[in-house]
Write a protein that binds this ligand. Structure first.
Ligand SMILES: [Zn+2]
Length: 404
């Protein structure tokens, strides 16, 4: 019963993913699709052509990767995982778990690698977004894999210990909470510098203007850093991170060429996230989500154990089945999470317009982004509801125009 249910959910999710991709592609690339009034001046025929072709390439890659991922997962569920379990049965329980997760991690990594390579070195390269060299890519891979191995060596013994209790979801939730805090507050300070170089902002005029904005928004941020994002991409971003005295404002170096008023509008948007406590809200939201997720995983874990489903016996294998099942279902919660995220983006946009006493600079920076990033000017409404963590540029500009 559970076996059939899992396979059904896996197939349904992939079918829905592909449906959304195809729907969005047809909606946005057919000759009759519209360009929003507010973006018309940015989409000259050649830019529009390029943005549609970029969308086609990315959609194609996504669809192929979603199909491959479905077949690999079905194979793992039906054949691969039980096989891996039996293969390592002669070792001690802890060593079994290390080998099992190591092998599973390696398989998943190798399945995803060609898609990552194609995305960076073929698609992003073709449209001039990629600045990652093969050397940087390889260095990143070595570093990422080392970090994952180090974390796994710490976590797997803990997981095995947890699974020896009949009810483990609330203990696991505490651990998850620790992880969420780490992700939001510690990772940007400890892990990000392993990948990027952060230098204090040198431009004194700009520094003074940013400081003034920080003061006016009554945030307490003492340091302003520039991050060498251009080593990997041309895409732009900025964020506030850290706690207490280590709190800092970080600007991607890719954004430094912006006209100053637009750059300050982006800074004000980020200050909006900070002042409206969006990180704290995200921490609470992810913790509730993780607790619910682990509770359901624990519940399913018990059912698999009782019914002997999938013909597996070891706690770590059963855990992987339960985890996979719940994460497949949780895909259908994405619209809810994205809805909340879009709400925060509107708040931050509004904050920026109010702090600068004008929405104009943020609007021009959004228009610039749309053109430079070859964004899809008119995504399908359902696609936006499902996947967009930020409102589409057209909607952001319309909302900003109402701030006045
Ligand atoms: Zn934002």
């Amino acid at each position: 019963m559970i076996e059939k249910l899992l396979l059904t959910v896996l197939v349904l999710r992939t079918a829905w993913q592909i449906f959304l991709e195809v729907l969005n592609l047809f909606h946005s690339t057919n000759p009759k699709s519209r360009i929003p009034e507010v973006l018309k001046d940015r989409f000259a025929p050649d830019v529009l052509e390029k943005s549609r072709s970029y969308l086609k390439d990315r959609t194609g890659l996504k669809v192929v990767s979603q199909i491959v991922q479905m077949f690999v997962t079905i194979y793992l569920v039906m054949v691969g995982l039980p096989l891996l379990e039996r293969l390592f049965m002669v070792y001690t329980p802890l060593f079994q778990a290390f080998l099992f997760f190591g092998a599973l991690g390696l398989i998943l990594y190798l399945v995803n690698l060609p898609f990552r390579l194609y995305s960076i070195f073929v698609i992003e390269q073709k449209y001039g977004f990629n600045t990652t060299t093969m050397r940087t890519f390889l260095k990143d891979q070595v570093l990422t894999v080392s970090l994952i191995v180090a974390f796994s060596l710490l976590l797997i013994p803990f997981l095995i210990w947890l699974l020896s209790h009949p009810i483990w979801w609330w203990q696991a939730s505490i651990l998850a909470f620790g992880f969420i805090l780490f992700f939001w507050f510690i990772q940007p300070l400890l892990i990000a510098p392993l990948f990027y170089k952060f230098t204090e902002l040198e431009n004194d005029v700009l520094k003074m203007k940013i400081r003034e904005l920080i003061q006016r928004s009554s945030a307490k941020i003492s340091k302003i850093y520039v991050m060498n994002a251009s080593k990997r991409t041309k895409k732009q971003n900025a964020y506030v991170t850290g706690i207490g005295r280590s709190r800092r404002f970080v600007l991607y170096d890719t954004i430094m060429g912006y006209p100053q008023d637009e750059l300050l509008a982006v800074v004000a948007h980020e200050l909006g996230h900070h002042t409206k406590k969006h990180i704290q809200k995200n921490v609470i939201l992810s913790s509730v989500y993780a607790t619910m997720f682990l509770y359901l995983t624990n519940f399913l874990y018990q059912s698999i154990l009782k019914t002997n489903a999938f013909d597996v016996q070891r706690p770590h294998t059963i855990f992987v089945y339960a985890f996979l099942f719940i994460s497949t279902i949780s895909y259908f919660l994405e619209p809810l999470m994205n809805y909340l995220s879009r709400k925060m983006e509107y708040e931050a946009d509004r904050f920026s317009a109010e702090l600068l006493k004008s929405p104009t600079p943020l609007i021009s920076s959004l228009k610039r982004l749309v053109k430079e990033n070859l964004s899809n000017p008119d995504p399908h409404p359902l696609y936006k509801v499902w996947y967009y963590s930020h409102p589409a540029p057209e909607e952001r500009i319309k909302a900003l125009n109402q701030v006045q």
